[in-house]
Design a protein around this ligand. Structure first.
Ligand code: AMP
Length: 595
């Protein structure tokens, strides 16, 4: 195919932002193509030469490209620089300048294959003199290019192809160009892409063999799988509910996701969540993985976190990020901050894909295949079926240095879903509670009758904090989660002696519970954050007129504070302080965890 067609299609793509139109342009462009031209055009369309995970880069800086443009158009570098500054885009300037030079003779048109191989030469140029080599290759290409071709050649080498045809649009176009365009076809194409991370490969199979052969694309060591992603829920109760009341909880380690590809022989390769190769960053993993994992070739996934070599405790994530992109000094950083990979999944074992098995089956395989070593271990896991157990595990995970828990479905359909975000995995992070790391001791002033499973019992309780100055108990939340059956059952007994018909005069709230109690019983609760509330009366008007403070997503920690009298409960003043410190925390920058 002539490169002109590609450049013109890109010109048209640039003029529209409508997905349907983009798709139509792409379909027209790729339909006549066959491998290897097809894959090349698709990579080029995404601004790449090879699938992203191969990390092939052209390494052409602005200044290099300007030199090439100057040479190709017989101008001074300073002129090119000035004009590029004016237009704001060297690609556009190149197009304009090429249209101004009179070409002596029309050579044969550039073909996609020519451009692709010259780009590849640019990417491969390395070592001393490689800059000049790159300039030469590029300027020779530009001499042969038409203005519109030149524009895109320059943008491509600079990595500034503005059109940025997204993967999803290309998948749409493939379904239409080489299939029947139906949803089912589109889904098959996407599934093959998620497993191979290689649009070129998928397109080749599709164009040569047809949709039905896409299922032949499977896992291969050295080719990363697009990672399965998690949904979130605001409370552990909802997490469990989503999972049908029972789930595997794992520590959620706060580090870098690692997909480890372990061949039968040869070097282990590691890929990040974004499918970039990270092997060079973690030599200790490369070394230990072949010993830790039997039954190769294998692909396992885990989270890599820094671990204190003396105490064996998990360290803050920031420590591991110091290793990112490091080439020098890695040995020192490695000694200071060794990492440990906590393996949580297995996708390929003994050369056989196992990603379609249910999660419990995969976990069993992982446990069997993994012999823990210093730097490679299993993610801590527990199967839980009630909220209190889940809460305890969550607290344990936090105490162990995790950032929360990851709940995993145990259902028969819990296969590894490459590239998909769904409720098969649900994350529940401390982030939600980071604004409020303290627990609150609240006094029970009312109860609400339960519904459903809790019918005939109390289902939730109205809690208050104590206002020392006014000598009043002001409500701040209604809490129903965190209680186990036994605790719920004993609540009526515990509260009976304080029950009154009407609101005790020392209690302030806009809510009307089914039962009122004189403030006596103290419970410890935790929650996600304190928010302004129109119905709760704690700290009324302190932040905004007419608004009190409320605890969002409150849950009982399981601790009755029988050791505290009601006036020793958390005070309104303390609550206000917590609210204010939480606001400050929210404005603090969060860690740039690209994970
Ligand atoms: P997030 O980055 O907040 O969307 O959370 C998902 C990420 O948590 C995954 O991509 C993993 O990198 C990380 N993670 C930590 N521990 C686990 C675990 N036990 N199972 C799955 N993912 C985990």
């Amino acid at each position: 195919m002539e490169f002109r067609r590609f450049a013109e299609a890109f010109d048209r793509l640039e003029a529209t932002s409508k997905r349907l139109e983009m798709r139509a342009i792409l379909v027209e462009l790729i339909r006549p193509l066959r491998p290897p031209e097809l894959e090349r055009v698709l990579y080029l369309a995404q601004g790449m030469l090879r699938p992203e995970y191969e990390g092939v880069e052209l390494g052409v800086a602005d200044s290099l490209a300007r030199r090439a443009v100057a040479t190709a158009t017989h101008t001074e570098g300073s002129v090119v620089a000035r004009r590029a500054k004016q237009s704001g885009d060297l690609g556009t300037t190149t197009g304009e300048m090429l249209s101004e030079v009179r070409r002596l003779e029309e050579g044969p048109p550039l073909r996609v294959a020519d451009v692709y191989s010259e780009f590849t030469r640019i990417a491969q140029a390395s070592g001393p003199g490689s800059q000049d080599t790159k300039v030469n290759i590029l300027s020779e290409l530009l001499v042969r290019a038409t203005p519109v071709e030149g524009k895109f050649i320059v943008r491509f080498v600079l990595g500034t192809l503005r059109v940025g045809v997204r993967e999803m649009t290309i998948l749409d176009a493939l379904a239409e160009a080489f299939g029947d365009g139906s949803k089912a076809t589109r889904a098959k194409i996407e599934a093959a892409f998620n497993l191979s991370s290689d649009l070129g490969l998928v397109a080749n199979v599709l164009a040569e063999k047809g949709v039905d052969h896409l299922s032949e694309i499977t896992l291969e060591v050295g080719r990363p799988i697009r990672p399965m992603l998690a949904e979130r829920e605001p409370t552990l109760g909802e997490v469990l509910k989503r999972m049908g009341g029972r789930a595997a909880l794992e520590y959620k380690y706060d580090g870098l996701r690692v997909q480890a590809h372990i061949p039968r022989s040869g070097p282990v390769r590691l890929f990040s969540r974004r499918l970039e190769e990270t092997s060079a960053q973690f030599p200790e993993l490369i070394e230990e993985l072949p010993r830790a994992v039997r039954a190769t070739p294998a692909i396992i996934e885990g989270e890599c976190v820094p671990v204190d070599p003396d105490t064996d405790e998990i360290q803050p994530f920031q420590q591991v990020s110091r290793r990112r992109g490091r080439k020098h000094d890695l040995a020192r950083v490695q000694a200071e901050v060794p990492v440990c990979l906590f393996a949580f999944d297995v996708l390929l074992l003994a050369g056989k894909p196992v990603y379609e098995k249910s999660f419990p089956e995969r976990r069993a395989l992982l446990e069997e295949a993994l012999t823990p070593t210093e730097h490679v271990r299993l993610a801590v896991q527990k199967v839980v079926s009630d909220e209190r157990e889940a809460q305890r595990f969550f607290d344990e995970a936090i105490a162990a240095g995790g950032e929360g828990v990851m709940a995993k479905s145990l259902a028969p359909g819990s296969a590894y879903r490459a590239g998909a975000r769904g409720f098969w995995w649900i994350k529940y992070k401390r982030e939600y509670t980071a604004g409020l790391s303290d627990s609150i001791d609240g006094v029970v002033v009312g109860a609400f009758l339960g519904r459903g499973r809790r019918a005939g019992r109390y289902g939730a309780f109205l809690l208050a904090v104590y206002d020392l100055k006014k000598d009043r108990f002001e409500s701040f939340c209604k809490v129903g989660s965190g209680f186990d059956d036994e605790q719920l059952a004993e609540m009526p007994k515990r509260l009976a002696k304080w029950e009154t018909d009407d609101r005790p005069k020392e209690v302030e709230t806009e809510l009307t519970p089914d039962r009122w109690f004189r403030p006596q019983l103290v419970l410890e609760v935790r929650g996600a954050e304190l928010t302004l509330s129109p119905i709760h009366r704690a700290c009324l008007g302190a932040i905004r007129e007419g608004a009190g403070l409320a605890l969002r997503f409150p849950r009982f920690t399981g601790r009755f504070r029988d050791d505290k009298s009601p006036t020793e409960a958390t005070t309104s003043a303390e609550l206000l302080k917590m609210y204010k410190s939480q606001v400050r925390q929210e404005t603090a920058p969060s860690s740039p965890n690209g994970n």
